[in-house]
Design a protein around this ligand. Structure first.
Ligand code: NAD
Length: 724
């Protein structure tokens, strides 16, 4: 038999009949399981089965950045459409499409010839599931390689055998964190847990050696008398499911259908013969896809995020700049963080402050972070040295003469910033871009201190800079496209997600998150028990309760922002519960987490607990203690502010509003973001509920006219089927 025609594989057969199939999807930088690739895996399986001259196969990747990143999510439209369909035909078709990968991997697994996978780069999702269907797995030794099933992170569950093979391979306990939480493993861990057989510097050679040494063409679950490690659900493992279910609900408050469905697929599948188990998995996979949570999460956390990370909103017609050098003025909390992430990305950073001591302290932040990374084995000493060598701490403004971009992160004071902007521009190249990291002062106003306002832009990093993935790019009245483009290039260079935001008070993220905190503080004043406030917020899907969040932000900063807002708004400012609580606590010396005294008490080395003095700030009695009401108040207050921001064009692209809400302040990821939450609820039901809340709790829930108009005209934020 001759070699079939492949476009996604290069196949070579040696004299012993051993095929080396190198997976290399044309036109893609990263291998994914496209429809064409899936069809060719099936052709490969059939060829191995039918050609008696073939003795086995080693599969590896031809890409140098990874083995396989899993299913091609961009190509999932047909499946999604059918999964959302209501008719029996749609459901049947969805199952058929979903089952295709299971069918193909099963045909490879049962082709009768030994198949070994040489995993020479990351294998995620369908990539790992494919590997699990092979009879032997050798992984490269690079610590960069990750093996995992991250589907739940984008609202999906493993649907290509992962729930069935991994549990049968390593047992339910070990498989749980990968399947239910999307955790991934490095090569050594994967070998220790039994997910792969071998770690090797030359995985292809090791895989070939296994086949030539008589490798067996059968996976354990196809052997007679197979037993699941750790026991089956109807036996010893039954109790694990009870505990696992409770833990899952405790962690997710049942907001995410995917892990619940994955758990059900494991529980049911492990009690059935393997082929039937794969069908059960596909059934739950389709059921998951049909949920609005899966659709919204997939859209925001995968498709939109990918678009934004690739610069979807970068002004057209401006040549892409590679940011190679940067100056940061102000080596404090934020400036030091910005210097670290830039240096980590290979950018040369001038870190300037008023004294050499301050500048050195800023660099010391990077020294601490790399020190930790090296001691935990997460960074090599060479990398650490290179990162630190990229940062030059100085007090000398002439050092700004060589860079294309300067970011000021000095004190939040108009006077200090004015002086710094003028001094910086006196030394910068005429075409260099100047950016401010201000969190409250309008960019348009700061640009008046600049001699070249079209080259002035806001780049708003969030704290802590090394952890937060979102950066707002603020367009002042006169900011030009080149400044926006350069800002985006920097953000993309440091591997964060940029969103472009208009110049309004609190920009986008802060104005929305303030509404969240404000609800929490209002509830304190109403007399809602603080523990209930915090728990209701987490039940709504917020990662941190509003009171804990205020402690993180710091109470003194809250007081400063209130004062600034009051000064700016003059008579229009109406102090409320928030002012009374924050000003009162500040006067009592409670600054939040930073001095161990805030809404919580932070005893050294022990868990924090809620401060019992909060009862002194109760001024009324709660209208409702129903957790559903409290959850709605949290989610609607934020969503309405986001809708207002969108309608007034502070944020202009729904993708930015949604991705920004999840990355910027952790808005309930299960919903796909603030606008997706509104759409998922349905515009009319959302408005009806907001009207009720406005009656009870005031204007913060007032529905903007623009939203009513959208509802009347049947408009949506996203076009129908935007997942395509
Ligand atoms: P910080 O007080 O920690 O650091 C400010 C630094 O600027 C200090 O090291 C100070 O010595 C230096 N500095 C002051 N005047 C200077 C001058 N003339 N020339 C050079 N250096 C000077 O403040 P921070 O928290 O890092 O905030 C910096 C900026 O970032 C502010 O505009 C703030 O609004 C903004 N921001 C802060 C946060 C946050 O969470 N802290 C978040 C986003 C944005």
């Amino acid at each position: 038999m001759s070699t079939p025609d492949f476009t996604c594989f290069q196949c070579e057969t040696d004299a012993d009949g051993l095929v080396t199939a190198t997976f290399d999807v044309p036109g893609k930088t990263m291998n994914t399981l496209t429809q064409a690739a899936i069809a060719e895996i099936e052709a490969l399986a059939n060829w191995l089965k039918d050609d008696e001259a073939l003795k086995g196969c080693v599969i590896t990747s031809g890409k140098d950045n990874g083995f396989c990143a899993g299913a091609d999510l961009q190509e999932m439209t047909a499946l999604l459409t059918k999964a959302q369909g209501q008719s029996e035909d749609d459901k049947r078709e969805a199952f058929k499409l979903a089952f295709a990968l299971n069918r193909v991997f099963r045909s490879l697994e049962t082709c009768g010839k030994p198949v070994a996978m040489a995993i020479n780069g990351l294998a995620l999702g369908g990539g790992l599931e494919w590997a699990l269907s092979c009879h032997y797995r050798v992984v490269g030794s690079s610590s960069k390689i990750q093996l995992g099933l991250p589907e739940v992170k984008v609202g999906l569950m493993p649907g290509a055998g992962g729930t069935q093979r991994l549990t049968r391979l390593v047992g339910v306990m070990a498989a749980g964190p990968l399947i239910l939480e999307g955790k991934s493993l490095r090569p050594q861990e994967a070998q220790m847990q039994g997910v792969v057989h071998e770690v090797s510097d030359d995985p292809v050679a090791a895989a070939k050696a296994w086949i030539k040494g008589g490798g067996k063409a059968k996976n354990p679950w196809d052997e007679d008398g197979f037993r699941i490690p750790g026991g089956a659900p109807q036996g010893k493992a039954g109790q694990m499911f009870m505990v696992g279910n409770a833990m899952l609900r405790q962690k997710t408050y049942a907001n995410y259908p995917a892990p619940i469905h994955a758990m059900a697929a494991v529980y049911e599948g492990l009690q059935l013969p393997f082929d039937r188990a794969l069908e059960i998995e596909s059934k739950y996979f389709v059921k998951t896809l049909a949920t609005p949570q899966a659709q919204n999460m997939l859209r925001s956390l995968f498709l939109s995020m990918q678009d934004l990370n690739k610069g979807a909103r970068r002004p057209k017609g401006v040549d892409k700049d590679k940011i190679e050098s940067l100056a940061v003025i102000g080596a404090g909390f934020m400036g030091a963080g910005i210097a670290y992430v830039a240096a980590k990305a290979g950018v040369k950073v001038v870190l300037l402050d008023t004294s050499q001591d301050n500048a050195d302290k800023g660099k010391a932040h990077s020294e601490t972070l790399v020190g930790k990374a090296v001691s935990r084995g997460k960074m090599s000493q060479d990398k650490a040295d290179a990162l630190l060598a990229n940062i030059t701490p100085t007090t000398d403004y002439t050092a700004l003469g060589d860079v294309d971009l300067v970011i000021e992160a000095v004190f939040e004071s108009r006077e200090v910033k004015e002086a710094v902007i003028k001094q910086a521009e006196a030394h910068m190249k005429p075409d260099a871009i100047l950016a401010s990291n201000t969190s409250t002062i309008p960019i348009t106003e700061l640009a008046t201190y600049s001699g070249r306002p079209d080259q002035f832009v806001g780049i708003h990093f969030f704290s802590p800079v090394d952890k937060m993935l979102l950066v707002e790019i603020i367009r002042g009245d006169k900011t030009g496209d080149r400044a926006i483009a350069t800002a985006m290039d920097l953000v993309m260079t440091v591997k964060k997600t940029p969103i472009v935001v208009e110049d309004a008070r609190g920009f986008y993220a802060n104005r929305c998150v303030l509404k969240y905190i404000e609800q929490g503080l209002s509830m304190v004043a109403e007399g809602v028990p603080p523990a209930l406030i915090e728990n209701a917020a987490k039940m709504a899907g917020m990662p941190v309760g509003p009171l804990a969040l205020q402690d993180e932000v710091a109470i003194d900063l809250g007081v400063k922002i209130l004062k600034q807002t009051a000064d700016d708004l003059g008579n229009a400012y109406k102090p409320g519960a928030v002012d009374a609580i924050l000003n009162g606590m500040f006067a009592q010396g409670r600054l939040g987490r930073k001095n161990g005294q805030g809404f919580y008490v932070y005893p050294k080395g022990e868990d924090k607990y809620l401060w019992d003095g909060l009862s002194d700030y109760v001024t009324g009695s709660p209208q409702s203690l129903d957790p559903q009401d409290l959850k709605d108040r949290f989610l609607y207050a934020q969503a309405l502010e986001a809708v207002r921001s969108y309608l007034s064009e502070i944020v202009t692209d729904p993708r930015e509003a949604d991705v920004g809400s999840i990355l910027g302040w952790g808005f309930a990821p299960w919903s796909g973001g603030v606008l997706s939450f509104v759409e998922m609820t349905g515009l009319e039901p959302f408005i009806a509920r907001a009207d009720e809340l406005a009656q009870e709790y005031g204007d913060v829930f007032a529905v903007p006219d623009g939203l009513r108009k959208m509802a009347e005209q049947g408009e949506r934020f996203y076009p129908l089927m935007a997942v395509a």
